[in-house]
Design a protein around this ligand. Structure first.
Ligand code: ATP
Length: 236
């Protein structure tokens, strides 16, 4: 069982952004994807989620090719993206946003409510339950976005820079939530991050994207200790 991306090629218009990118994550694990601005990290998760068409390569969910499916079908199968900038429905309440998230799980919504443990551990989300999502702070919105994704019973979660724009303290909180999500749902998480050090601490395996190609990959702890990665992404 795993989400496998093999030899992926993708781009926009005449520009090829990703070339021969291979990434894999198993249930219950975090795979970190790090790399500088413009390396192609967002393009990668968009292509896996299906909002951008792949131009080559394969995407396999537990052995099934999903690369030709529209994004809603991938979400229905449990491949769910949390985009950069959260994209909540700002005029809807927190509760309504999370209810919409549950729709991705239709037909697979057996067993305990996956949202409940998150609300227990992060009561701030419940405190904001009836408020409009657009009025929440950036950190709160990120937590709601993650909770909404979990409501869809993801098997594989694609997180695009969940720490973007957050203070160090809130970044810690969001990473703590990601860890809890993995523990309680056993989802496999592809975590795209510029906060490389913290992402690598959370991850099992890691991939370094450099100008649209994987320039290094391996156990996250090894990547974290490599000189080249420390120099380029971790401030020496
Ligand atoms: P960041 O951390 O800044 O979001 P990233 O690693 O996620 O960077 P991408 O957003 O995937 O990088 O962008 C990779 C390249 O693709 C960049 O050169 C960017 O300008 C280009 N690009 C991104 N989106 C589009 C688009 N919709 N149309 C054309 N080019 C795009």
């Amino acid at each position: 069982m795993s989400l496998q991306v093999q030899g992926l090629r993708a781009g926009y218009g005449r520009a090829t952004i990703l070339e021969d990118v291979s990434v894999e994550v198993a249930p219950g694990e975090v795979a970190a994807v790090i790399g500088s601005n413009g390396a192609g990290k967002t393009t990668l998760v968009k292509t896996i989620a299906g909002s951008l068409a792949a131009r080559g390569g394969r995407i396999l969910q537990d052995g099934d090719a999903i690369g030709g499916l529209p994004p809603e079908k991938r979400a229905r199968r449990g491949v769910v993206m949390v985009p950069e900038g959260r994209r909540l429905f700002g005029n809807l309440t927190v509760e309504e946003n999370i209810r919409l998230g549950r729709q991705a799980a239709r037909g697979r919504d057996e067993g305990d409510d996956p949202v409940e443990p998150l609300l227990e551990a992060f009561p701030i989300v419940r405190e904001r339950w009836t408020q409009r999502a657009g009025l929440l702070s950036g950190g709160e919105q990120q937590m709601v976005a993650l909770t909404r994704a979990v409501a869809g019973r993801p098997r594989y979660l694609l997180l695009d820079e969940p720490s973007l724009g957050l203070s160090p303290r809130l970044t810690q909180e969001v990473f703590r939530l990601v860890r809890l999500v993995v523990e309680t749902t056993n989802a496999g998480v592809i975590l795209v991050e510029q906060m490389a050090d913290q992402a690598l601490k959370l991850a099992t395996n890691a991939y370094v994207l450099d100008q649209g190609r994987v320039s290094a990959s391996g156990p996250a702890e090894e990547i974290r200790r490599s000189d080249a990665v420390r120099k380029a992404y971790l401030g020496g």
